[in-house]
Design a protein around this ligand. Structure first.
Ligand SMILES: NC(=O)c1ccc[n+]([C@@H]2O[C@H](COP(=O)([O-])OP(=O)(O)OC[C@H]3O[C@@H](n4cnc5c(N)ncnc54)[C@H](O)[C@@H]3O)[C@@H](O)[C@H]2O)c1
Ligand SMILES: O=C(O)C(=O)C[C@]1(C(=O)O)C=C[C@@H](O)C=C1
Length: 360
């Protein structure tokens, strides 16, 4: 029997454990997590088979998955190098940075242990075991740093097959450069905007409550876990600072354009962003087709949509409630495999819902 040991069973750990269960129900899953109630919840919900403490019983594991904040992953890699592990064990992690993690894995790699760094490019601002979902990673990219261990890299892909991710091999440096711009910097900007808004409304407590979709879309990720983000900024700080400099430069440019009343520069600033941002909605990755509609905040609203689609034999690849505006409504994103399906779905749903965008 294959045994997998999770160190850290929050959002990412529990999502991965649930995905492993889907494809490999017979695999034994052990987990340790110091947060009160975490492993008890996972046992109750059949996510794991056994709870342990620290690295107790890690010597039984065929695969070890490190899924705590990156600072802890680094400490755990150093600790694992001093333990007696099962011969042939594979170790991986899910940390959001890779250079310091790979550095911490050097003693293990020097012993010939198969350590494959990993990072799923999907997640949420929610944290903890209860936020985990087996489909969290569907269609996301999943970075891997094989460190020369190609067989182990492939074995991890097989064990995680139910995540339905797109695997991507990168170097730690490439990884940290890329994610500093598209993940780390956005989290800093979101938090900075919330903090500055808070200061601005110090004497007007209602101010922030009046925020609509714009503020909420840009700041959703400011609700992410501060411990996780402190560790990420600590590990990738110098690269993140390069992107911060570039971002501050953009702010200076628009500030100057406003000050100078330069309408052309202001228009160009927004137009460049609009053209690039719209390309993100186009399915460069795969021939998937999106339909966006307004959905009222009612019990059973999503079920009604899926029922209408099922009546017309339309199957969805993905369904996601994108933006919930407090007590009013939200935007539902429906993803189909073909352009023809999205067209039929628009015809079926148009009499009942306001279609915002057919994504074409
Ligand atoms: N949240 C995301 O969107 C996201 C996406 C991809 C990767 N990651 C990375 O995944 C890792 C986990 O993040 P998460 O979102 O699951 O966070 P989380 O807060 O939901 O879970 C982290 C878990 O690690 C546990 N933990 C802390 N110290 C531990 C220790 N000494 N031993 C065992 N467990 C310990 C915590 O109790 C918690 O349950 C982080 O390294 C993060 O950078 C996060
Ligand atoms: O979807 C979100 O809420 C996330 O923040 C996920 C997100 C990101 O996109 O920045 C966060 C951290 C990661 O390491 C990878 C993904």
């Amino acid at each position: 029997m294959i045994t997998i040991f999770f160190k850290g069973l929050g959002l990412i750990g529990s999502s991965l454990a649930q995905a492993i269960r889907l494809a490999h129900p017979k695999i034994e899953i052990l987990a340790s997590d110091p947060q009160a109630g975490t492993t008890a919840y996972a046992l109750d919900h059949g996510i794991i088979d056994q709870a342990t403490i620290g690295f107790d019983q890690v010597e039984r594991a065929d695969l070890i998955v490190l899924a705590s904040p990156v600072s802890q992953i680094e400490a755990d890699l150093k600790a694992l190098a001093k333990l007696n592990l099962k011969p042939g064990v594979i170790i991986t992690d899910v940390g959001s940075t890779k250079s310091t993690v790979i550095k911490a894995a050097q003693p293990l790699l020097a012993q010939g242990v198969a350590f494959v760094g990993g990072h799923p490019m999907a997640g949420s601002h929610k944290s903890g075991v209860q936020a985990g979902r087996p489909d969290l990673f569907e269609n996301a990219f999943y970075f891997q740093i094989p460190n020369g261990h190609l067989k182990a890299t492939k074995q991890i892909q097989d064990l995680f097959s139910a995540t339905h991710v797109k695997w991507l091999t990168v170097t730690p440096q490439e990884h940290d450069q890329i994610v500093s711009q598209i993940s780390h910097l956005p989290h800093i900007i979101a938090a900075a905007l919330v903090n500055q808004t808070n200061q601005r409304f110090k004497t007007q407590p209602l101010g922030m409550r009046l925020a609509a979709g714009g503020f909420k879309s840009v700041t959703r990720i400011a609700a992410a876990d501060p411990t996780m983000w402190t560790a990420i900024l600590q590990a990738n700080g110098s690269i993140i600072r390069q992107q911060l400099t570039g971002f501050i430069d953009q702010l200076h440019q628009i500030d100057q354009a406003i000050g100078a009343g330069d309408q052309t520069a202001i228009h160009q600033f927004f137009n460049q962003a609009k053209v690039s941002r719209e390309k993100l909605n186009q399915p460069a990755r795969a021939p998937f087709y999106d339909l966006f509609l307004n959905l009222s905040d009612e019990v059973g609203a999503i079920a009604k949509v899926t029922h209408l689609l099922a009546n017309h034999h339309l199957s969805l690849i993905n369904i996601q409630l994108l933006e919930v505006r407090d007590e009013i409504d939200g935007i539902l994103q429906l993803t189909f495999r073909t352009a023809a399906e999205v067209k039929t779905a628009a015809t079926v749903l148009a009499p009942h819902y306001e279609i915002i965008d057919r994504g074409d």
